[in-house]
Design a protein around this ligand. Structure first.
Ligand code: NJP
Length: 243
């Protein structure tokens, strides 16, 4: 209620649905993506259907200079960002020997560096206020791997490594850091990821719905921060590195 929530990748799929859920719960969604028309239409719909006053910003999260400019503008407008959902991302499912390095670079630029850059924009004020929640949308591809996803899977492993480390850095604060690792979801994701349609055909029967995933993430927003329950040696390591 009354919280400001930035959602990157809010022009479709999970991000769009999550923005609607957040607005229904009384938060102000701040939508980020590249497609201005879609953002405008979603923000107008949310404004009409809920009491929320959404904002939207056109931004390619891989443009690190623009990330800083847009987040600066957001802070001028809303003062404090309570929740950041790093959801913008894409994958290209190809055999490594068929994948070009430009596509690899682009996946890392958006899925990893874009996510880190947005996080760095909100972290200082969260540390100062000792509150906030950062949610990173990773993937089962960040825990397991399948053939034809070496690049995408590597980016999501990176997201999980980043998230786990940040969670330790803020363990003694009230800031919450979460990761979400869904399996295949029925969004536009596969229009780019799986142009042949073969992957989708294989996983069709396991696919999660966008609503289900967005609802689970919404439940995370309402859950209190959990204590980190680390094995002793990890606690020791964490303390060592925080010195
Ligand atoms: O897919 P989609 P999802 N800068 O394509 C935006 C992960 N995931 O909802 O910029 C800023 O409907 C794009 O907007 P636009 C997946 O890796 C998915 O499924 O206007 N925004 C759109 O709003 C991703 O991290 C599955 O084109 C950029 C959004 O990202 C997240 O879920 C499984 C951008 C993508 O929406 C949401 O994807 C899984 C950029 N450079 C994890 N590039 C799955 N669907 O099966 C893209 O485990 N966007």
């Amino acid at each position: 209620q009354g919280k400001n929530i930035i959602i990157t990748g809010a022009s479709s799929g999970i991000g769009e649905r999550l923005a609607e859920n957040a607005a229904r719960l009384g938060a102000r969604p701040i939508l980020i993506a590249r497609s201005e028309d879609k953002l405008k239409e979603i923000a107008a719909r949310i404004q009409k259907e809920t009491a929320a006053e959404p904002l939207y910003f056109v931004l390619d999260v891989s443009d690190l200079t623009m990330v800083h400019e847009v987040f600066t503008e957001i802070y001028i407008k809303v003062g404090f960002v309570d929740i950041l959902v790093n959801n913008a991302g894409f994958g290209i499912f190809e055999y490594l020997h068929e994948t070009n390095m430009q596509d690899m670079e682009r996946m890392f630029a958006v899925n990893v560096l874009g996510l880190i850059s947005c996080t760095k924009e909100v972290l200082p004020s969260m540390l100062q206020e000792n509150k906030g929640h950062i949610i990173n949308i990773a993937s089962q591809a960040g825990k397991l791997a399948t053939a034809k996803s070496s690049g995408y899977s590597a980016t999501k492993h990176a997201v999980l490594g980043f998230t786990n480390s940040l969670r330790m850095e803020v363990a003694k604060t009230a800031i919450n850091v979460s990761a979400v690792n869904p399996g295949p979801i029925d969004t536009n994701f596969f229009e780019i990821a799986d142009k042949s349609g073969n992957y989708v055909k294989n996983v069709q029967k396991f696919m999660l719905t966008t609503d289900y995933v967005a609802d689970r993430i919404t439940a995370m927003l309402l859950r209190p921060k959990r204590e980190l329950n680390l094995p002793g040696w990890m606690n020791a390591g964490s303390i060592l590195y925080s010195l």
